[in-house]
Design a protein around this ligand. Structure first.
Ligand SMILES: [Zn+2]
Ligand SMILES: [Zn+2]
Length: 340
């Protein structure tokens, strides 16, 4: 699409939507939405591709309303503002998974808006970023420095934020295992190394390229998830959607250690002996994220900084990006680039 705001571009936008369970995305031109009260329209520059987008396509999230537009790692510019918004036109912003919460329930009032029962999410209940424009609640957008490269910043908004919340749940663990070395892992490994933690990376058995990638990020050890860690871990983070990893990770952590599941979806966890949980080991999940997570993590990412490894695809090639992700052909994060 043209870089300038032509009238034609303003009226129509390209959207890549999923028409139903298991179906490939379909390209469609739709009218650019109008912003309602408290909303803005974001002109999208880049949108990351996430495993959750595959879960949306595969009908593995609850109550998906098809047709659905995936995408929840959006970097763009404020294009139009509805009444009552404080953002300025042209301002660089990010849109992540959390799109809206009620603000009134016990969870919201306790600062746990990530657990709000009525929460809505971009690229799930709301049309997401596989498009040229996004309609969003202004208060849920993340202000970004316009000097940041959009495509390299997009992965921070999901893998980075979820990874950050997952890492925080691990407390002050010094010896950290990471299972599943994809987008979240490669970002959070960098943060963990800045924090002087030792990282032990577990990949799919035999996945030499993922193990080499992990070693390039200065991990202490990289191997297959079928291998034992060389030391007892203080905590393990699981980013792969594979329930079989949970008992393995519990056996890899020391007494009192924690296993944190960072994914939104996971296959069933096989039964395991109580002895693997015994010794005050803890197992917990991470659900969604809060706006506070976003502001804390983006501040850290600006300070260190955190490098993202990306593979670019034009928006029109979203199906190819999803297939490459599904088949494990992407190291780092796939990013759809929009608007040139
Ligand atoms: Zn995601
Ligand atoms: Zn709420």
């Amino acid at each position: 699409m043209p870089a300038t705001a032509s009238l034609a571009a303003r009226e129509q936008m390209l959207v890549m939507y999923c028409p139903g369970p298991g179906r490939a995305l379909v390209a469609e031109n739709r009218p650019v939405p109008e912003p309602g009260p408290g909303e803005v329209i974001v002109r999208i520059l880049a949108c990351g591709v996430c495993r959750t987008d595959l879960h949306l396509q595969d009908n593995e999230l609850e109550n998906i309303q098809y047709p659905a537009v995936p995408g929840h790692q959006v970097v763009g510019e404020v294009w139009a503002c509805g009444p009552g918004t404080r953002l300025a036109k042209g301002q660089r912003v990010g849109a992540a998974w959390l799109a809206w919460t009620c603000g009134e329930c016990d969870f919201c009032l306790r600062g746990e808006e990530n657990l709000c029962d009525q929460a809505q999410f971009n690229g799930y209940q709301r049309d997401g970023g596989y498009a040229e424009y996004l309609r969003a609640q202004a208060d849920y957008l993340i202000p970004l420095d316009s000097a940041l490269d959009p495509a390299h910043t997009a992965p921070l908004l999901c893998g980075g934020l979820i990874g950050y919340r997952t890492l925080r749940m691990a407390g002050d663990a010094r010896r950290l295992g990471i299972y599943g070395f994809g987008s979240a892992a490669h970002l959070i490994t960098q943060l963990a190394r800045h924090e002087q933690r030792e990282v032990f990376a577990f990949t799919r058995p035999g996945d030499e390229s993922a193990q080499d990638f992990a070693r390039s990020l200065d991990v202490s050890w990289a191997g297959g998830s079928d291998e034992s860690a060389p030391v007892a871990l203080d905590a393990a983070l699981i980013f792969a959607p594979v329930g079989d990893l949970v008992p393995l990770a519990l056996r890899a952590v020391r007494k009192g250690g924690r296993v944190v599941c960072g994914g939104i979806h996971m296959s069933d966890i096989p039964s395991f002996p109580y002895a693997d949980l015994w010794g005050e080991r803890q197992l917990r999940s991470v659900a969604n994220l809060t706006r506070r997570d976003a502001s804390e993590f983006m501040a850290l990412a600006a300070r260190y900084p955190i490098h993202t490894r990306i593979t670019r695809y034009p928006l029109e090639a979203a199906n190819e990006a999803l297939t490459d992700l599904r088949e494990g052909r992407i190291s780092g994060t796939a990013v759809l680039t929009v608007s040139g």
